[in-house]
Write a protein that binds this ligand. Structure first.
Ligand SMILES: Nc1ncnc2c1ncn2[C@@H]1O[C@H](COP(=O)(O)OP(=O)(O)OP(=O)(O)O)[C@@H](O)[C@H]1O
Ligand SMILES: [Mg+2]
Length: 253
């Protein structure tokens, strides 16, 4: 085996597939460059590739319902949102400080979109994330509780420095479900960040959780270290329907 073949073989064995693919062409163009510069360039491409693979894995595992970033979010359509607050959240400082975020507002105003954008930024920053709807969360917790695996599940969730619990309030919870939701909130309190979204104002959470004492205990923990983004505006979905000339709500169902 000559040296050329051996180098390719070594690169393959070490899993340095990017270097293996680009090396021949790059060496042609970089003939006069110092060795260190060549080495630096090849390793840089390898590290970039590794990073994007890790991000892709995190996103695949995240459960995010779609992939959207702030780039496609039209702030001019939703003037009640302070851009400064969202930009500050995008620095990911809230995750390092183990703080929460709550997006409140009626349907279609961008609560899930903004949560997903923050989740994606976290994944880009090498932070593990997990998205789940409130309904799904309590279903899972209930099943785990019945099979004595609740603490195991909460410990699994604790591996995520950021969780997104979407759509609190679309379905009222039973007493048992509220209790399990409380345990989830408690388990993350001051330890890990969580983004919560809801179409209900905090004063209505008593109805959602079926018990005002339970709602106070939950909100007390969520809001202790928290940014609340209250979105007051029109549905973006409705705007898109209007553009298409269809404003009949019953036809939208
Ligand atoms: N300001 C905006 N700019 C661009 N797209 C937007 C904006 N607001 C919402 N959207 C888009 O409109 C759709 C609905 O938004 P989203 O799912 O975030 O709403 P939501 O507040 O979570 O509503 P729901 O309470 O019904 O779940 C999505 O496709 C989202 O990307
Ligand atoms: Mg939503």
């Amino acid at each position: 085996m000559d040296i050329y073949e051996r180098v390719h073989e070594y690169l393959n064995r070490l899993g340095l597939s990017v270097t293996e693919q680009i090396m021949d062409n790059y060496l042609e163009t970089a003939k006069n460059k110092p060795f260190m510069e060549i080495f630096d360039h090849l390793l840089e491409q390898e590290v970039k590739n590794l990073k994007s693979k890790k991000v892709e894995m995190k996103l695949n595992y995240s459960g995010l319902p779609f992939r959207k970033t702030l780039e496609t979010f039209d702030f001019s359509f939703q003037p009640s949102i302070e851009r400064k607050v969202i930009d500050d959240l995008m620095t990911m400082r809230f995750i390092h400080n183990k703080e929460n975020v709550v997006f409140l507002g009626p349907p279609g105003v961008g609560k899930t979109h903004l949560s997903v954008a923050l989740g994606m930024q976290a994944a880009f920053s090498d932070i593990s994330i997990y998205y789940i709807t409130a309904v799904k969360l309590v279903q899972i917790l209930r099943k785990d509780f019945l099979s004595s695996k609740l603490s195991y599940r909460l410990a699994t969730y604790a591996r995520f420095p950021l969780m997104i619990v979407d759509e609190i309030g679309y379905l009222p919870l039973t007493r048992e479900e509220s209790n399990l939701f409380f345990q989830f909130v408690s388990s993350r309190y001051e330890k890990h960040s969580t983004i919560y979204t809801s179409n209900k104002s905090f004063s209505e959470w008593g109805e959602v959780l079926g018990d005002s004492v339970m709602a106070s205990a939950v909100l007390d923990r969520i809001l202790h270290h928290c940014s609340v983004v209250n979105i007051r505006g029109e549905s973006f979905r409705l705007k898109e329907r209007k553009k298409l000339g269809n404003t009949n709500i019953s036809e939208m169902k």
